[in-house]
Design a protein around this ligand. Structure first.
Ligand code: ATP
Length: 271
């Protein structure tokens, strides 16, 4: 047992994190250790350790401004960080975004960042750019797989991305990230701004991706839906992990129920 104090639900209040027995159940794909990220001199992420086991969905929940987006951006090398970021045994700290993509991770950013004036299919093909540049020519096969996952994108393949609905844009953003064939997919608030029916669809897809062998690091304010789909969960508050454990235990933690699962928090997912 690590330096965590256990509460009645089985989730652990986080001391500086050691891998827990639960998290260690699956071999580590991503191992983030003692990560610090600052904007100028102000630290937004302070000593965060997060682990994603092979084939797991791991969620990071927390309030606005907790540092969730900063954490994902640093893991993806969009922001500089101190600490260690190891993907499948390879240290990526201090590397470039392209190195992270080549190593097998990809990020669907909160703002989706699609090219509105380009077609759905061209946006998807951009996601395969790195593989194409390194001489891999499996884009047609991957595109067929993405279209199988998102038949709606196939229907809309020739349409400009800017004309898509919010849910379709989210699916396009996920599809584009999948074109890089990541082992680890990081999703930043995939349910943000979407209608309840579409939110359910997004979480179904997240679960489907795990079945397909993609490990997921999911940042969400919709704690209810995130804890339902995830295997393991971290609560991030003001840049620190304050609680972690198997998602079903975290979902029963009285403080999590009070702050994150009460009325008005993530109710969309249960509609
Ligand atoms: P949200 O759910 O609102 O996106 P979050 O948990 O993702 O919140 P971050 O966006 O990572 O939180 O922000 C963490 C902290 O860093 C906040 O205090 C925020 O104000 C600050 N911050 C974020 N981006 C910048 C930036 N570009 N420059 C300076 N401070 C920033």
């Amino acid at each position: 047992m690590s330096a965590h104090s256990e509460n009645t639900s089985g989730a652990r209040m986080a001391a500086p994190v050691q891998p827990t027995a639960d998290a260690a159940a699956a071999p580590a794909l991503l191992d983030v250790r003692d990560l610090h990220v600052a904007y100028d001199k102000v630290e937004a992420v302070s000593g965060v350790s997060v682990r994603v086991g092979q084939g797991q969905i791991v969620t990071v929940i927390g309030p606005n401004g907790a540092g969730k987006t900063t954490l994902l951006s640093a893991i993806m090398a969009v922001l500089p960080a101190r600490g260690d970021i190891v993907l499948a045994g390879q240290s990526l700290i201090g590397r470039e975004i392209e190195d992270c993509v080549a190593a097998g991770m990809n990020l669907v950013p909160e703002k989706r960042e699609l090219f509105s004036e380009m077609t759905v299919q061209d946006n998807l093909m951009l996601g395969a750019f790195h593989r194409y540049r390194t001489g891999l020519r499996d884009q047609d096969q991957t595109l067929a797989e993405v279209y199988e996952l998102f038949p709606r994108l196939r229907e809309r393949s020739g349409q400009l991305a800017g004309t898509l609905s919010g849910g379709e844009r989210q699916m396009l953003a996920v599809g584009r990230a999948l074109m890089a064939k990541p082992r680890l997919l990081m999703l930043d608030e995939p349910s943000l701004g979407l209608a309840p029916r579409i939110v359910r669809e997004v979480f179904r897809i997240v679960a489907r991706l795990r079945e397909m062998g993609v490990s997921i690091l999911l940042v969400e304010q919709n704690a209810r839906a995130a804890l339902q789909v995830a295997d393991y969960a971290y609560v991030l508050e003001t840049g620190r992990v304050t609680l972690e454990g198997p998602a079903k235990d975290v979902a029963q933690d009285p403080r999590v129920i009070d702050i994150y699962l009460g009325l008005g928090h993530g109710a969309a997912a249960t509609n």
